[in-house]
Design a protein around this ligand. Structure first.
Ligand SMILES: Cc1cc2nc3c(=O)[nH]c(=O)nc-3n(C[C@H](O)[C@H](O)[C@H](O)COP(=O)(O)O)c2cc1C
Length: 323
């Protein structure tokens, strides 16, 4: 059940992907998702150096025999000191089966990945970008709507609209993300024409995720009203936990402070420190509205098993309603 072109292309059991998670996409989490039949992802940026990146890939390989993915989140333009070209070199050398890119058009790396037989998934927040990257030869497009944790587009369009429209517009398969955490969400995404789902927030509230337990507890108790959109003023919109750091960022944006001052307030290093130490207020924590649907911390395997079981129940109910 739930076999799609995505399960075929990626050679996975269920059409469920754990999207890249800055600071949190570790080999342990990714391999747990892979071993449960989904596609788990490690983030290149969790590794400060290239040797550590190579070790992380080898660690995943030692923890799962199933296909896995590496997320390479890129800056809008190639910047001095950016490790992206080196990441791709290691990805090819280590025979990584699947890559997820996000942030900017991955066109310059497509020939390299194609030649190496690596499946390329590119994540976009708009139909326009989805059509553009289909043309450059990516294998799968992920579309994420306004609800998502991390970076939605600047246009405030929800997953319901974007998923539907993108699936209709493209010939290649589409993964739908943003606001999905359960079986009903999987069925809805498939009904919209998607061939699988991407989840980020749901996989943060798992036993395998390294984030401090304070954050997992907060997620279980939080509602869909507890996130906020920030960073619109720097055209890098982010949905994050509504905490002191995010409200402060928004206030600074309203005051029109300069980029450098703002970057200090939204520092990734500070966010990471807070996420590891359990400080809920002083760092930015990307998270989606779907926290309103998450009421339990469980293993990645249980997340996936429950989604499949719930989806089957939903399908049966729907089928019965048509008789
Ligand atoms: C804590 C967190 C960190 C994220 N970091 C990244 C990242 O580094 N790169 C990326 O492409 N997407 C990142 N995302 C987005 C997810 O991969 C995924 O697209 C998104 O979470 C889907 O929406 P959902 O949160 O409603 O499931 C992140 C999401 C979260 C919640």
């Amino acid at each position: 059940m739930f076999n799609t072109r995505i399960t075929e292309i990626l050679k996975i059991k269920y059409p469920i992907m754990q999207g890249g998670l800055q600071h949190l996409g570790t080999p342990e989490l990714a391999s747990a998702v892979c071993n449960a039949g989904g596609l788990g992802t490690i983030n290149a940026t969790i590794c400060p150096t290239i040797p550590e990146f190579r070790d992380a890939i080898r660690k995943v390989k030692s923890l799962t025999k199933n296909p896995f993915c590496v997320n390479v989140s890129m800056l809008p333009t190639l910047s001095l000191g950016e490790l992206t070209p080196e990441y791709f070199k290691v990805i090819v050398e280590e025979g990584v089966p699947v890559v997820e890119t996000a942030g900017r058009n991955p066109e310059e790396f497509v020939p390299l990945l194609k030649q190496a037989g690596i499946i390329l998934i590119h994540k976009v927040p708009s139909v326009k970008f989805a059509k553009k990257v289909e043309k450059i030869g990516v294998d799968i497009v992920t579309i994420v709507g306004l609800e998502c944790g991390g970076h939605p587009g600047m246009d405030n369009i929800t997953t319901m609209i974007l998923g539907n429209k993108t699936a209709k517009a493209l010939k290649i398969p589409v993964l739908i993300g943003g606001g999905i955490a359960d079986g009903a969400g999987l069925v809805a995404a498939l009904a919209l024409g998607g061939e699988g789902i991407v989840m980020g927030s749901r996989f943060v509230a798992t036993d395998e995720c390294i984030i401090h337990p304070n954050f997992k507890e907060w997620m279980v108790n939080a509602s869909e009203n507890d996130t906020i959109l920030i960073q619109r003023s720097i055209k890098n919109m982010l949905r994050s936990m509504k905490n002191h750091a995010a409200l402060n960022c928004l206030e600074m944006e309203k005051r029109g402070v300069g980029l450098q001052e703002l970057l200090g307030a939204i520092s990734g290093n500070l966010g990471k420190k807070c996420q590891m130490e359990g400080d809920l207020e002083n760092g930015i924590f990307a998270i989606g509205q779907v926290i309103g649907l998450i009421d339990e911390v469980k293993t990645a395997k249980k997340v996936i098993d429950d989604i499949i079981q719930e989806a089957e129940i939903v399908m049966t109910k729907l089928y019965k309603s048509t008789l």
